[in-house]
Design a protein around this ligand. Structure first.
Ligand code: CAA
Length: 395
């Protein structure tokens, strides 16, 4: 019988990568998988397991040890993230936003002091980080944000007013990268990134979103009412915010691709087990060609997604030396992997029939969790737009 954990490993993975993957797989099976259904059902944030993920170094895999991270590379990050997602997508969402959107932003654009003060506690898992770009009126068209930040007369603080929505970890985050318009006349070049402490006056957490899937990852609005952000908490330079947001999303989209691979694998492996065991018309359902076709398509799409994700991870690693953007690779990986997760989860429900629709099995959760990967950090439509523009030389 073929191994359920059999995966196609391209060149480029070291012994260290394999060991990390095994360690995270064991951890996720032991600590996360048994509690996933409970946290999904109750829609509560899994404080204890997120803390354990931090203790394992999973909240800052790519961050150098001096800033509280594990000092590993992007391949390590995607391998670990897929394993967490396989056990529970919601836990992997918290890890992904911490790792790619927050940590990456601070690591790439933060000053030494900002890294020590804000990156270290988040990368080491002591605090939870978040990233706030979207607003009620601006999702895909991110540059049209209305949140404003105005420098005070003394030149010491920016005063923020506005509202951000769909902030992953918004209800719990202690520090958030927030994008606000500092010079509306300049359009996207008038956007600035701020590192926001959530314990200062003028910051409020708004409505918590009741969600279809990834229900244990808390999502909310955040509101600013004359919130004073010190000038030394600008990330990068004033006006650089949109580029920071976009480059963090390049990193983030690789994480979502890895998450999607993990969800798809979980749904696929459950389907294999079921197809081998379930009988109909006097034989195992896996002996029917219609089920075999599903298995073949699911497996092939998962491996293609995994390779695209590795490819994007390698492009990001090369970019640290060359400075070359990896936007194309990240968008292709996210697009293919997220549509694969949805395809595979849908087929998994179909293979399981009534049991796939029942809350007695995790299949319906995989189906609900998969959908978000086609939406957040850029919808599939946005990924296609990014890919086509780059290929056609329109940007
Ligand atoms: N890296 C660096 N710079 C980039 C970039 C990238 N990947 N993409 C664009 N830019 C730069 C461009 O070079 C351009 O620079 P100049 O000022 O020098 O001209 C500038 O940004 C503007 O680029 P565009 O003209 O292409 O911008 P646009 O307004 O047409 O929008 C877009 C581009 C791709 C549609 C972008 O708006 C986008 O990605 N939208 C989706 C937003 C998104 O993913 N939102 C999800 C938010 S996070 C979330 O989901 C919640 C969570 O908590 C997980």
């Amino acid at each position: 019988m073929a191994s359920l954990t059999n995966t196609f490993l391209p060149l480029g993975l070291s012994e260290e990568h394999i060991m990390l993957r095994e360690a995270v797989r064991d951890f996720a099976a032991r600590e996360i998988k048994p509690v996933a259904a409970h946290f999904d059902e109750t829609g509560t944030f899994p404080v204890a397991t997120v803390r354990k993920m931090g203790e394992m170094g999973l909240m800052g895999i790519e961050v150098p040890e001096e800033y509280g991270g594990a000092g590993m590379d992007t391949l390590a990050y995607v391998l670990a993230l897929s394993e967490i997602a396989k056990a529970d997508a919601a836990h992997s969402t918290v890890m992904a936003v911490n790792g790619s959107l927050f940590d990456y932003g601070l690591l790439r654009y933060g000053t030494e002091e900002q890294k020590r003060k804000f990156l270290l506690p988040v990368a080491s898992g002591v605090k939870v980080g978040a990233y706030a770009l979207t607003e009620p009126q601006s999702g895909s068209d991110a540059a049209t944000m209305r949140t404003r930040a105005v420098l005070n007369e003394a030149g010491t603080h920016y005063v923020l007013n506005g509202r951000k929505s769909w902030v992953t970890s918004g209800p719990v985050a202690e520090v958030i990268i927030v994008f606000a318009m500092t010079d509306p006349a300049q359009g996207h070049r008038g956007i600035t990134a701020f590192i926001v402490d959530t314990d200062r006056p003028g910051f409020e957490r708004g409505k918590v979103e009741p969600k279809l899937g990834i229900r244990a990852s808390a999502t909310s609005e955040i509101l600013f009412d004359n919130y004073e952000c010190p000038v030394d908490q600008i990330l990068g330079e004033p006006g650089m915010g949109f580029k920071i947001a976009m480059s963090a999303l390049d990193a983030g989209r690789i994480g979502i691709a890895a998450q999607a691979v993990g969800i798809a694998e979980a749904a696929y492996e459950a389907s294999l087990v079921y197809a081998r065991e379930r009988e109909a018309f006097g034989q195992k359902i896996g002996q029917f060609q219609m089920i075999q076709q599903k298995i073949a398509d699911m497996k092939t799409r998962i491996e293609a997604s995994r390779l695209l994700t590795f490819n994007a991870a390698l492009a990001k690693m090369r970019s640290a030396e060359t400075g070359k953007r990896y936007t194309l690779e990240a968008s292709m990986a996210k697009l293919h992997a997220s549509e694969t997760a949805m395809f595979v989860a849908n087929e998994a429900v179909q293979i399981h029939g009534g049991m796939g629709y029942s809350k007695e099995m995790p299949i319906e959760r995989y189906f609900r969790d998969a959908k978000i990967t086609e939406i957040y950090e850029g919808t599939s439509e946005i990924q296609r737009m990014v890919i086509a523009r780059l290929e056609l030389g329109l940007r």
